[in-house]
Design a protein around this ligand. Structure first.
Ligand code: AMP
Length: 155
């Protein structure tokens, strides 16, 4: 049914859990998995008035992204699963992470997109938004959102 599963990964525990679940699903379906991390370059200051070396900032950002992809590769390897991993950058100063994930899903021909979700509410949601929510709106196909399992309710 699903043959190509794109998994959007960041550095969070939630994302690692979603990747592990996606791998188990892919194994059962004999599907291929592509892990993607998006470098958000939109926050880099631009313009001649900015006295910061943006090359240094973007190199630092790329370093963090490469670590995220390396961690995703480790997770797949630990599960004994062969998966592709790609690091892509937002293409324009206003392009968002969600839009970039959705474009990659369409470009690669994914038939399922898997991501974690923090399920933020109230003020946190207002301030931080939700990459998962924005991606669902832009995705060309179905999206499976996987939260971290909640612990048992306290007595
Ligand atoms: P949310 O908690 O709704 O903001 O969504 C978080 C999920 O979005 C993570 O678990 C990842 O699956 C995905 N995600 C967040 N940032 C990125 C990113 N830069 N690149 C790829 N996926 C991301």
């Amino acid at each position: 049914m699903y043959a190509k599963i794109l998994v959007a990964v960041d550095e969070s525990e939630t994302s690692r859990h979603a990747l592990q679940q996606a791998i188990e699903l892919a194994r059962k379906l004999s599907a291929s998995v592509r892990m993607v991390h998006v470098l958000d370059m939109s926050w880099l200051p631009i313009g001649p008035e900015v006295a910061i070396d943006t090359k240094v900032l973007s190199a630092a950002r790329r370093g963090v992204g490469e670590n995220t992809i390396a961690a995703a590769r480790d997770t797949a390897r630990a599960a004994g699963f062969e998966a592709e991993a790609v690091l892509i950058e937002t293409e324009t100063p206003i392009q968002q992470v969600a839009e970039t994930i959705a474009r990659e899903a369409a470009r690669w021909g994914a038939d399922l997109l898997v991501m974690g979700t923090h399920g933020r509410r109230g003020f946190q949601h207002l301030m931080l938004g939700s990459v998962a929510e924005q991606t669902v709106r832009r995705s060309p196909g179905p999206v499976l959102l996987i939260p971290l399992p909640k612990g048992p309710p306290s007595a």
